[in-house]
Design a binder for this molecule. Structure first.
Ligand code: DP6
Length: 392
């Protein structure tokens, strides 16, 4: 529409973006400023209504400056976020010129300043990948505000805020290609399979309480690049593993998928231990959960549940719907601290019930009923517009 917009009007839009969990992990950068990764990675996007971020931006040419309110508190805009906003403004100008936008509107819109109000759906204290959904959500909100969400590569823009955020721009199974260009123009995320390609997949996140991590992922990966020899073979290893993940997805072969997921999580944490000084993101509870998953799989007779851990002790369990009841029931007896939290009845067993009873007894005796919070989600289909740009 060629209508001229009122320069004094104020607008608002609201969007949501999901958390993603990497199956083959991103760890290390070739370029710190452009956030160019050392290796390719692949992830599952989770359901944004369970694990995600909601952002409302109000904007107007009458506002004096950009501002950010994160979980109810006004924050200074970080240099990374500043880069994201700057790049979005640049992308908008390019788009406007290419589409011969009327000059008056272009003038008004380039003067837009944003009030960004962003809130995580899960408690931030839980330390769940909130930077990925957060940066993806702000990127999507600003692009929606400027009407360019459909015509720019938002994954490239979100990447400048936090590497893993670029994968939260799409739903389903998403690959982030490291790319070859020095300016990062080909370091973008792509959807490999949509969420409905494997609708039976589930992710259960167990919030393992621990002290706040001493070394964040940005710093940790920088140290690994400088000191861990394991990093040398990492790019090739990731390429191979990503191929296996894609193959397992295509064939819907859970044991193959689960094995790669667990191996790659273990590799990430081995790299961290090989870093100088060593970094340890897992705690005792995480280690016991790893042992538990292997014990459970051996009773079931094949890999049916897989664990994966990012730069923290929280455990992400990936499995299929057919094992959801069994898994929740066993966890409620062993790791979940308040009884009835999951409210599950005893499931039906495919094989000898006594084996599960023994497993439960074994883990009950370890006294690991320490997990208070959990989230169970399906694979999500990506960011959503909650409220289209409207004059307020
Ligand atoms: C372990 O995306 O948080 O979660 O790019 O420095 O912001 P920056 O790092 P970030 O790193 C996440 C690393 C990881 C693995 C992954 O998500 O692939």
């Amino acid at each position: 529409p060629l209508d001229v917009i009122d320069p004094d009007s104020e607008w608002e839009c609201t969007v949501e973006a999901p958390v993603n969990i990497a199956l083959v992990k991103y760890w290390g950068k070739k370029d710190e400023k452009l956030i160019l990764p050392y290796n390719d990675s692949i992830s599952l996007t989770l359901d944004e209504t369970v694990l995600g971020t909601r952002t409302t931006v109000s904007y107007s040419a009458t506002y004096e400056e950009d501002c950010l309110v994160l979980n109810g508190e006004e924050q200074k805009i970080s240099s990374r976020l500043e880069n994201v906003i700057e790049e979005i403004r640049r992308a908008f100008r390019k788009h406007a010129v290419r589409n011969k936008m009327n000059a008056q509107n272009l003038m008004i819109m380039t003067r837009f300043r944003f009030r960004i109000v962003t809130e995580n759906k899960m408690p931030t204290a839980a330390g769940l990948a909130s930077s990925a959904s957060g940066m993806a959500c702000i990127t999507f909100a600003l692009c929606t505000a400027l009407g360019i969400a459909e015509s720019v590569d938002m994954s490239r823009l979100a990447r400048l805020g936090s590497g893993s955020a670029c994968r939260s721009i799409y739903g389903g199974l998403v690959q982030w290609e490291a790319g070859k260009e020095e300016d990062g123009s080909d370091s973008v995320a792509k959807q490999i399979y949509p969420a409905h390609a494997w609708p039976e997949l589930r992710v259960l996140v167990l919030v393992v309480n621990g002290e706040k991590k001493k070394i964040g992922s940005t710093k940790g990966m920088q140290m690994s690049i400088e000191t861990s020899d394991f990093m040398i073979s990492r790019p090739k290893q990731c390429k191979d593993r990503i191929q296996e993940v894609c193959w397992a997805f295509q064939a819907k072969h859970f044991p193959a998928l689960g094995e790669v997921i667990m191996k790659d999580s273990n590799t990430l944490h081995a790299i961290c231990r090989d870093t100088l000084p060593p970094v340890n993101y897992l705690n005792e509870t995480s280690e016991v959960l790893i042992e538990f998953v292997h014990d459970l799989n051996s009773i079931i007779g094949e890999v049916s549940v897989a664990y994966t851990f990012d730069a923290g002790p929280n455990c992400f369990l990936v499995f299929q719907e057919k094992h959801e009841h069994l898994l929740k029931w066993i966890l409620s007896q062993t790791f979940l601290d308040s009884n009835g939290l999951l409210n599950t009845d005893k499931p039906k067993f495919d094989n000898d019930e006594n084996l599960y009873a023994d497993l439960i007894k074994q883990y009950q005796s370890k006294n690991y009923k320490v997990i208070k919070d959990f989230y169970c989600t399906e694979v999500g289909s990506g960011p959503k517009v909650v409220k289209n740009p409207t004059i307020i």
